[in-house]
Write a protein that binds this ligand. Structure first.
Ligand SMILES: [Zn+2]
Ligand SMILES: [Zn+2]
Length: 350
């Protein structure tokens, strides 16, 4: 639910009462988003429709924490509020339980009740948008987790009860219901839901894609090893919001005195970015300098099938044995395809 103010001047009350809190604007633009609750019925706490004379097992209670009055939130002092679950919402949430039954590790990660709550809320997003829940979720653990991470908040915020918990909003009425499922979800919130669901679709698409290249924000590449891009699983790139978001995650901004990374200048600074391998080497070495560069180069040699050279490099206990190792950022030049392409082994390094 958003706080969009009513835009239709006809809807504003003409009396001297304080201005009403902003109410949802119906997505359909025009029709009422709430109607009086028929006798004996209870609103579905999810989609909001009236559930005629629900049985006890079809109802549940919530206790608000606060209540909104004249633009302030005050402690809630009333009774718990009762809602029902309509047949359609119940079936959807059972489907969520069926999917979770196939994923014990998801239940372990979130807790069984919480996982049920969160995936049900994610499924509610699909219901509001009128789209199908992605198929074969019971065989796709990662997509199930992605839906939970991307859609829980959007789903909970879509529910009829979101007008009552945690705070009873000024436009909530216990004697009302939605004229049709999700009529209370306004256009602006639906846009948010679509954006959130699009990220789920992007993740699902990425599951079938190869690793993606994430370029260094600096065209010169990693300031230590010079590599221009790092490979990342496409799903990770999707979760991070695309290549730009992934680059912010993968590359670390760094600044160093040239002499500390193999340069001659004792003044001025070299600014740039380090790749994940070099950054890990810096952490292991405990400082940003020659020792970290030696570790990063040794790791590259290991991967390049040159374990003997890597071993000799690692055994270079004194930093001056690494003399000749110059960071790519010191010399400048374009990024390279492989790390440490700018270093010629044999220059006192092997
Ligand atoms: Zn419902
Ligand atoms: Zn690097």
């Amino acid at each position: 639910m958003t706080s969009t103010a009513p835009t239709d001047p006809e809807q504003t009350t003409p009396d001297a009462a304080p201005p009403a809190p902003a109410a949802p604007v119906p997505a359909a633009g025009g029709g009422a988003w709430k109607i009086p609750l028929p006798d004996g019925a209870m609103p579905c706490g999810f989609c909001g429709v009236a559930v005629p004379s629900p049985g006890r097992e079809e109802t549940y209670s919530v206790i608000p924490i606060g209540t909104e009055r004249h633009g302030q939130v005050l402690p809630y002092r009333g009774d718990s509020l009762d809602f029902a679950a309509c047949g359609s919402c119940t079936a959807r949430h059972r489907e969520a339980a069926r999917v979770l039954a196939a994923h014990p590790s998801v239940r372990a990660r979130f807790g069984t009740d919480n996982a049920q709550h969160r995936l049900s809320a994610a499924f509610d997003v699909c219901a509001v948008l009128g789209v199908r829940v992605p198929a074969r979720l019971e065989k796709n653990r990662d997509l199930t987790v992605n839906m939970i991470m991307m859609l829980t908040e959007a789903g909970v915020g879509s529910r009829w009860t979101s007008m009552f918990v945690p705070v009873v909003t000024g436009w909530a009425g216990t004697a009302q219901c939605a004229p049709e499922p999700w009529a209370h979800v306004d256009a602006e919130w639906r846009r948010e839901l679509r954006a959130a669901f699009l990220r789920v679709l992007a993740f699902r698409f990425a599951q079938s894609q190869p690793d993606q290249e994430v370029p260094c924000p600096d065209p010169g590449g990693c300031m230590l090893c010079g590599v221009g891009a790092v490979a990342m699983p496409a799903t990770r790139v999707a979760v991070l919001g695309g290549v730009d978001g992934a680059a912010t995650f993968a590359w670390t901004a760094r600044s160093a005195v040239p002499s500390s990374i193999g340069g001659k200048a004792l003044r001025g600074r070299v600014d740039g970015y380090t790749c994940p391998t070099c950054e890990r080497a810096v952490t292991e070495a405990g400082s940003f300098g020659i020792a970290a560069m030696g570790r990063s180069l040794a790791e590259h040699l290991d991967r390049a099938g040159k374990p003997e050279q890597a071993k000799r490099l690692r055994s270079a206990v004194r930093l001056d044995e690494l003399a000749g190792l110059v960071a790519h950022g010191v010399g400048g030049g374009p990024a390279s395809r492989e790390p440490w392409e700018h270093v010629r082994l044999g220059d006192g390094l092997s």
